[in-house]
Write a protein that binds this ligand. Structure first.
Ligand SMILES: Nc1ncnc2c1ncn2[C@@H]1O[C@H](COP(=O)(O)OP(=O)(O)OP(=O)(O)O)[C@@H](O)[C@H]1O
Length: 825
């Protein structure tokens, strides 16, 4: 095989050495001239295999090899270059080396700065077989026989294709593995001679020595090339796999490192910002352990605390979750106060706090007695109803005190939204628990008395129906698993005692009304109010204003004066305010004068402190005029008397005019009354044409509070009848009742309040529908003292009772006026 010198020099050298190697002259004839049956030096290489036609640097360390180099270099001896089987052996013998090698020579010797010697070797002879080692000193010598290689296929297509493949694979391997030195890569890229290229790659490819020996043993260049391609293929694949594994692991490590780094940063930021957060969470857990909740609840709490732990303390969610946990902790789970179900004690407390109300107190005691005997709270909920300021709420408070239970008042007036009762879901912004749960937190016990104040004022609109939520609260069958949307866990309300209060039963939904036991708390008469003031309100206000009780005394007349002239109510709230006002004025005097003097409050003092009376009490106004009749009305503040006035004026057509404080229903009553009398002229001996010649005007004077309703029906008829007959109405008479077109009298409501108003006004006789008799019978006799009741079913009876036979002064004489009218015609 021919090759040019330059290629020889290029092989396996540093770029810097290229110029140096270019000077080396080789003489191939030297080898051809050698005799193979003579002993020649044998150079064993550690971990290197020399291939034919390859130049390579060899570092010499062993003294024996150094001697060999000196001798061979000087004498230009051919050397048999073989490879040690074990690279680390110092003095290998015949059996310690592979028996295949090449003939080479030393081109150059370099003394290296560290004391080592490097030689440039060139394989310039054939492949040989080491037959024997003949000498081991001063260096190895042996006998070799050449192994000829047939290299005649180099021009075939197959060989060319193999060479191309080999080149491709080598460059792929170089790319993928980065295992070969840049000089080797440079050399491979610049080699054209296929023989040198194949052998050079075999010598320098990073594979184990055993494999290289197999390559060297290959019978010819093409077989070596085949084996080399196979190895290259395998190594390229391996390098690829290694590379992809490396890439993947690097990516993985990169990702992991990035996550670790970010998490570390988050932790640092959280540490910076949320110092003390752990303490807060520990405190929550600590508190949670003291709670008497069920194991499920404890589990849920722990879950929620862990959720908080995972939340960044700066995010809004943190506070939401913290508030939720604090709400859970704030609830009195399974905390109960011990009931005092001593009935006589309860009675004492109720009597101490409230004057009168005997029936109500009795009903409450009955209720408590049932609770005591039954031992649970599953009896109906009490609803105290009646006009404002009669002590419904304060009765509830007394019940709680007598039972020694915690007391919470929950005002339901104006609650339109169901969520106010049941809470908003936690996910809403600004979500809160409902009022029931809030009341329990306030009460700090799970069996308080909760006053549901003004249950009749619960509204309902598009935001839901709070009364349906109240149904669940008040249903003993359901309320042991009351579900508040915010809490999202059931809470047992079955031990809570609910007491509802209401002014007006008609606005309470029937389903809710059905759940409650109704107890009426009606208004007070003046005597009762005076007594309530003396026993309760005056001492209360004295204390509230910091006045010693020995310095202020109210006379009975003074209290009566306040009740009569400065208040107009069924209850005592306004009275309490007036007493407070008097106290304030006295406190000012004391403070201004610097000393305290005894004050005995009399009616004149009341006028001094409270100014001119606000109300001139509606009094009965006598029966001097025809057509003026006293009726009884029921308004928002209780009962009142009202006057219906009818006057007649001459005029064709018989017009009806209605003026004053008349609602639609009252206007209808007026028309009904007139129609009835038109149809029953004979009843009162009225002239047939009286309605054609006289205009009728009905007036109801304006009162402080608007009135409406059908209860003025019989009053209207009587007023009209008195005007049309000019007969006097019975003195000190008042009436209330609805009429029908047939003249039937129907019952009306608010009887007790009306009776009280009538009494206040100085009425003595009262006409009522027969069906209202039962209402009168329910009223305590003391309220009825001095009153006579007349029960009727028909308007004829009313007229018979109300109209006297005496005519009013200056009565119209219908006969004369009619004659005059005729004459004019
Ligand atoms: N019989 C009574 N004895 C003593 N104090 C009374 C009596 N009735 C009412 N009071 C007092 O009158 C005041 C008003 O009573 P409370 O607020 O209970 O009225 P209420 O009926 O609940 O009114 P509302 O319907 O407006 O809520 C309270 O200070 C209460 O103590």
């Amino acid at each position: 095989m021919k090759r040019n010198k330059k290629e020889d020099i290029l092989l396996n050298t540093d770029n810097d050495d290229i110029s140096m190697l270019a000077e080396i002259q080789t003489d191939p004839d030297e080898v051809t001239a050698m005799e193979f049956n003579k002993e020649i030096p044998v150079m064993p290489l550690r971990n290197m295999v020399m291939f034919p036609s390859v130049v390579m640097p060899v570092t010499i360390g062993r003294p024996s090899t150094l001697k060999l180099v000196n001798a061979a270099y000087k004498k230009k001896l051919p050397i048999a270059v073989v490879c040690q089987i074990q690279g680390d052996m110092d003095d290998p013998g015949f059996n310690d080396v592979y028996h295949v090698g090449v003939i080479g020579k030393i081109l150059r010797v370099f003394e290296m700065p560290g004391g080592n010697t490097t030689v440039i070797m060139q394989s310039n002879g054939p492949k040989v077989h080491l037959d024997s080692i003949t000498k081991t000193s001063p260096y190895l010598k042996g006998i070799v026989t050449p192994i000829p290689e047939a290299n005649d296929q180099l021009e075939t297509d197959e060989f060319k294709a193999l060479i191309d493949t080999c080149k491709d694979l080598t460059s792929k391997f170089i790319e993928a593995s980065e295992k070969m030195s840049p000089d080797t890569v440079f050399a491979i890229k610049n080699l054209d001679n296929p023989e040198i290229l194949v052998n050079f790659i075999c010598a320098n490819f990073p594979i184990p020595v055993e494999e290289k020996i197999k390559l060297l043993k290959a019978g010819d260049l093409q077989s070596r090339l085949y084996m080399l391609v196979k190895i290259l293929n395998r190594e390229v694949q391996l390098a690829d796999i290694k590379q992809s594994i490396q890439m993947r692991t690097r990516e993985d490590i990169d990702r992991q490192q990035r996550e670790y780094f970010l998490q570390q940063q988050i932790k640092n930021i959280q540490d910076e910002l949320g110092a003390g957060q752990e303490d807060e969470i520990d405190e929550l857990r600590q508190k949670g352990r003291t709670k008497k909740w069920s194991s499920e609840m404890a589990e849920l709490f722990e879950k929620e605390v862990s959720k908080l732990e995972r939340t960044n303390s700066q995010s809004p969610d943190f506070n939401v979750q913290l508030t939720y946990l604090q709400t859970l902790l704030g609830l009195p789970w399974n905390v109960f106060t011990t009931d005092n179900l001593n009935i006589s004690n309860a009675e004492k407390t109720l009597n101490k706090d409230h004057y009168g109300l005997e029936k109500v107190k009795e009903r409450i005691l009955e209720h408590l007695a049932v609770l005591k005997l039954k031992g649970d709270m599953k009896s109906p909920i009490i609803c105290l109803y009646g006009p404002p300021g009669v002590g419904k709420t304060s009765l509830g408070r007394s019940i709680a005190a007598s039972l020694k239970r915690k007391y919470v008042r929950m005002s339901l007036g104006g609650v339109h939204d169901e969520a106010e009762i049941r809470g908003h879901r936690k996910t809403y912004i600004g979500a809160m628990p409902g009022r029931i749960i809030k009341s329990l937190i306030k009460a700090e016990s799970s069996n308080p008395v909760i006053i549901l104040d003004e249950i009749d004022k619960l509204g309902s609109d598009h935001r839901g129906d709070p009364s349906s939520a109240m149904l669940e609260v008040l249903d003993p069958e359901q309320n042991n698993t009351f579900h508040d949307n915010y809490l999202d866990v059931d809470y047992d309300l079955s031990k809570v005692m609910f007491i509802a209060t209401a002014n007006n039963l008609s606005t309470i939904p029937p389903a809710l009304l059905d759940r409650m036991e109704l107890i009426e708390v009606s208004g007070y008469i003046t005597e009762e109010k005076v007594e309530i003031a003396r026993r309760h309100l005056v001492p209360k206000e004295l204390e509230a204003n910091g006045i010693k009780k020995e310095y202020v005394k109210f006379s009975k007349a003074a209290l009566e004066c306040i009740v009569e002239n400065y208040t107009r109510e069924s209850g005592v709230r306004e009275l309490e305010k007036k007493i407070n006002k008097v106290m304030r004025k006295i406190a000012l005097e004391f403070a201004r004068d610097g000393y305290e003097v005894m004050h005995e409050i009399k009616p004149a003092d009341v006028r001094k402190y409270l100014g001119t009376p606000e109300y001139s009490r509606d009094k009965y106004q006598g029966n001097e005029y025809a057509g003026v009749v006293t009726g009884l009305a029921w308004t928002a503040v209780g009962g009142e008397i009202l006057f219906v006035e009818t006057s007649l004026s001459k005029g064709k057509g018989g017009k009806l005019t209605l003026t004053g404080n008349l609602g639609d229903v009252m206007k209808e009553s007026a028309m009904l009354a007139l129609e009835y009398l038109k149809a029953h002229t004979k009843l009162l001996n009225l002239q047939e044409d009286i309605f054609d010649n006289w205009n009728i005007h009905i007036h109801v004077p304006e009162g402080a509070i608007p009135k409406d309703g059908p209860s003025a029906g019989i009053t209207m008829v009587t007023s009209l009848a008195s005007a049309l007959t000019q007969r006097k109405v019975k003195a000190n008479l008042a009436m209330t009742g609805e009429i029908t077109l047939r003249g039937k009298v129907l019952p009306v409501g608010g009887i007790k309040e009306k009776i009280l108003a009538a009494k206040r006004a100085g009425i003595k006789d009262i006409i009522l529908c027969e069906e209202n008799r039962k209402n009168i019978e329910e009223i305590q006799p003391m309220y009825l003292e001095g009153l006579t009741f007349h029960y009727v079913t028909d308007i004829k009876e009313v007229l018979a009772l109300a109209l006297t036979n005496e005519k009013v002064n200056g009565a119209i004489d219908f006969n004369i006026t009619n004659q005059k009218t005729e004459e004019k015609k």
